[in-house]
Design a binder for this molecule. Structure first.
Ligand code: SAH
Length: 560
């Protein structure tokens, strides 16, 4: 039971929301606060006090005994802004309660226990089905007790603080094993079942066949990733409904593709019917893997369905993650989730520093200095090929003048790739300048380290002729100082000297600066590598100190 105590009207209102949301878990203690806290402390497993932490500390101090037996206590402030886990963070479940209360009331959970505040893996948040002693093993991880990882398969798991040996175990397997008392079993989606069926095969027959094949082979249905069949059977009701009941996707392949797969048990019947000598085995084996259950037929007579089970090879995971321009609140929640999903992080040292606090403890960090781009790309792909969960990071958007292209140029289809977009510098700068990108625009990098200047110049000229708003990335560095004036001169050939130009340095970083000037007045010496320069088109105006590019198309046709 959770005891609820409040002193003021505001506290009582929040208290009543909790009580209404959790009628069976909570009990309201009325009366003088001291008596209420003492009674709740004696009778409840947990307390939520809508009181100042100081008041609660004074009231419970004389009552505290042993951390394994004391209730967990959470304090919520008058304004309902924070849910503070005060005592019993682990043993009393106060950390978890603070999170739950926070979610319900829209308050920020405040958790100061070391392991939790650095964001240790919750076993139920790994994205894999999990069975067994989840609470006990999670607690062991939180308390820093040794937990062993027993992985029968390679799988791209996030970083977990595991030891070589331990009283608790995290087991990764697709076999139908019962978890022990101090064990959790993680289920990787490693099994593919290929199915074939004659027209009108009943769903029960298909379902029993698939479930029987897994059962007889000692495999867990929780590890079933998908059912696979031939295109011609994509709408076969027995297969479609069995797939739905199993809660997995149905994947189908053209007959020619299946015909090319080498299988142990080809036959004439499907060849005549759908054009491939094997459906079940071939569909299960398309992506490679180990055939665990060769083709078998359903028990009905005549048998109307076939299936085969394959364990697919582990695929590493490469997440290419844009961190945004700098500020933490411009890093997307998805980027944050991917950073926490990784066991290996690859990136430029200065970007790693930007997000180090978000990584799970135990994440392997492979950082390198400026340059070294090809090497970073190769490392990231090589780690993913080994079956790891890798995050390759870049500032802004990782696909814009950054790591995504060199990495994906290296990668083949033996790894899974996930891209997470980030706020690129042109957008971060645009928001500071006003609305410079309101009409067609282009980004051009002025770095001629890897691109010949002739090519860059041709593109600047084309942008000038096409009257595009232009954002220059990599505009100027110590060794490259003539490119920006040259590019601006080309634009000036097609635009008025008074055309607005935005200069933004370190957008969203502590020493951010943004100003609007003009083509005629821009001093290139004020521009460096931390800067983007956005040049307006012939319609861009400075309005109230902001750069505005009109959206309309009509202005171009309006009679003068
Ligand atoms: N992937 C990055 C761009 C990398 S190229 C992105 O999408 O933003 C590096 C150039 O980007 C720098 O020379 C600078 O021109 C620009 N840049 C990156 N971050 C910036 C920021 N916070 N403020 C201004 N310019 C920035």
């Amino acid at each position: 039971m959770i005891g609820l105590i409040s002193a003021t009207a505001a506290g009582a209102a929040a208290r009543d929301r909790l009580a209404a949301a959790w009628p069976d878990r909570t009990r309201v203690y009325e009366g003088p606060v001291g008596d209420a806290v003492r009674a709740a402390f004696a009778e409840c497993e947990q307390l939520v006090c809508f009181l100042a932490t100081g008041a609660v500390v004074r009231l419970i101090a004389p009552l505290l005994g042993d951390k394994s037996a004391d209730p967990g206590v959470v304090c919520v402030d008058e304004g309902g802004r924070f849910a503070v886990s005060l005592v019993g963070g682990h043993g009393g479940g106060a950390n978890e309660l603070a999170r739950e209360v926070g979610e319900l009331l829209g308050a920020e959970p405040v958790i100061t226990t070391a392991t939790d505040s650095v964001g240790l893996a919750g076993l139920d948040t790994l994205g894999l089905p999990v069975e067994g002693a989840v609470a006990a093993v999670s607690r062991a991880l939180l308390d820093g007790e040794p937990v062993a990882l027993d992985a029968e398969l390679r799988w791209p798991l996030p970083a977990l603080p595991v030891a070589a040996r331990g009283a608790y175990t995290i087991r990764l397997t697709d076999r139908a094993v019962e978890p022990g008392e101090r064990e959790v079993v993680l289920r990787p989606p490693s099994l593919v079942v290929g199915v074939g069926a004659s027209k009108g095969a009943p769903v029960e027959e298909v379902l029993e066949l698939v479930e029987g094949a897994l059962r007889d082979a000692g495999l867990s249905p929780a590890s079933l990733a998908e059912l696979a069949t031939v295109d011609a059977k994509a709408d076969e009701p027995g297969i479609v409904r069995a797939t739905e009941r199993l809660g997995v996707p149905l994947v189908t392949y053209p007959a020619e593709e299946l015909a090319a797969v080498d299988v142990p048990n080809p036959s004439e019947a499907p060849l005549a019917a759908v054009g491939t000598p094997s459906v079940a085995e071939a569909a299960a084996l398309v992506g490679g893997g180990e055939l665990l259950v060769p083709k078998r037929k359903s028990a009905a007579s005549p048998a109307m369905a076939t299936c085969a089970v394959v364990r697919r090879p582990a695929r590493g995971r490469l997440a290419v993650v844009g961190l945004g321009p700098g500020a933490r609140d411009l890093l997307t929640p998805r980027a944050e989730a991917e950073l926490r999903r990784a066991s290996v992080l690859v990136g430029l040292d200065q970007y790693v520093d930007q997000i180090r606090d978000l990584l799970r403890p135990g994440t392997r960090v492979l950082e390198s200095g400026l340059g070294a781009e090809e090497e970073r790309a190769r490392t990231a792909v090589a780690e993913a090929r080994k079956g790891q969960a890798v995050a390759l990071i870049g500032s802004g958007d990782a696909g814009v003048y950054a790591m995504a292209s060199p990495a994906l140029a290296e990668a083949s289809d033996d790894i899974d790739v996930v891209g997470v977009p980030g706020v690129t510098a042109a957008l971060a700068a645009g928001a500071l300048l006003g609305a410079p990108l309101g009409h067609d625009h282009v980004s051009i990098s002025l770095s001629d380290l890897h691109t010949p200047w002739e090519v860059i110049e041709r593109r600047v000229r084309a942008a000038a002729e096409a009257d595009l708003v232009v954002t220059f990335y990599n505009p100027r560095s110590r060794g490259r100082d003539w490119q920006l004036p040259k590019a601006l001169a080309i634009l000036a050939g097609h635009r008025e000297p008074a055309t607005p130009v935005g200069v933004v340095r370190n957008a969203s970083r502590p020493d951010e600066s943004a100003r609007v000037t003009t083509l005629a007045e821009l001093d290139p010496a004020t521009v460096d590598m931390m800067t983007v320069v956005t040049v307006g088109n012939t319609a861009t105006r400075e309005i109230a100190g902001r750069m505005v590019t009109p959206r309309g198309y009509r202005w171009q046709e309006e009679p003068k």
